[in-house]
Design a protein around this ligand. Structure first.
Ligand code: SAM
Length: 229
């Protein structure tokens, strides 16, 4: 269970209505039952249900059960795509260990407004489901030009399906940013601007045209597999 409160020996964690409902009505837990909780910075903790009353629902932190995971500094920068698909992309990026998710608005981006709270809930749910102790940071959407201007020169792998990009022979170790375009791809001007960015390398993900969310997943999986983290 994700809790946004400190976790240390004996700490009392109060639950909000939704969490209480989930634990007591869905998971059928009661006072004295134990479960695992994390808050994204203190690792994973064994906690005991302290109070499961109508008014007050709380947990008591007992002991840490696993260290806070070392987050590999990997940003997945992706052009927002349709609702169901972006949810899936966020969930897979969290499972694959991305530390930061950055929606990038490009000329051909169809979906302009990103429902941040819904995506954050998906990221937390994905972390809970796959037992991570860190939740990827979800940044608000940025325009491509602004993102390139802010880029500090660390490796920027640009998934380019237009041909000519080399297959990935090796990734530099993190920190890294993986950039994937929208359903309609990047415009030639955008691709040019990306190539000119410091640290940018165009990469091919094979000869087939992948959906944006598939490309994001493929690029992230390739990176994680190559760095073994
Ligand atoms: N040009 C594509 C088309 O004809 O449908 C549109 C873009 S594709 C659906 C979405 C994004 O996924 C691309 O902008 C690119 O970043 C990435 N992508 C898809 N297939 C790829 C591949 N084989 N190699 C590298 N990137 C790929």
């Amino acid at each position: 269970l994700f809790v946004d409160q400190p976790l240390q020996p004996g700490a009392l964690v109060t639950l909000d209505k939704a969490q209480a409902n989930y634990l007591f009505n869905v998971m059928r837990l009661g006072e004295g039952d134990t479960l695992l909780a994390f808050n994204g910075s203190d690792g994973e903790w064994l906690v005991t249900v302290e109070e499961a009353g109508r008014k007050k629902m709380s947990l008591r932190a007992e002991r840490q059960t696993s260290e806070q995971e070392r987050l590999l500094d990997v940003t997945l920068a992706f052009a927002p795509i349709k609702k169901g698909r972006i949810d899936w992309l966020v969930e897979k990026a969290v499972e694959l260990g991305a530390s930061r998710l950055l929606p990038v608005v490009t000329q051909r981006t169809i979906v302009r407004d990103v429902k941040m709270d819904r995506l954050e809930a998906h990221a937390i749910e994905a972390a809970e489901q796959c037992g991570r102790t860190a939740v990827a940071r979800l940044d608000p959407p940025m325009k491509l030009e602004a993102m390139l201007k802010a880029h500090d020169g660390h490796p920027l792998y640009f998934a380019d399906e237009t041909g000519g990009a080399p297959a990935i022979d090796s990734f530099a170790p993190a920190p890294a940013t993986l950039l994937v375009g929208p359903e309609g791809g990047f415009t030639p001007e955008e691709a040019e601007a990306i190539r000119r960015a410091p640290g940018a390398t165009a990469i091919s993900l094979g000869p087939r045209i992948l959906r944006a969310e598939t490309a994001a997943l493929a690029a992230l999986a390739a990176f994680m597999a190559s760095t073994g983290d």
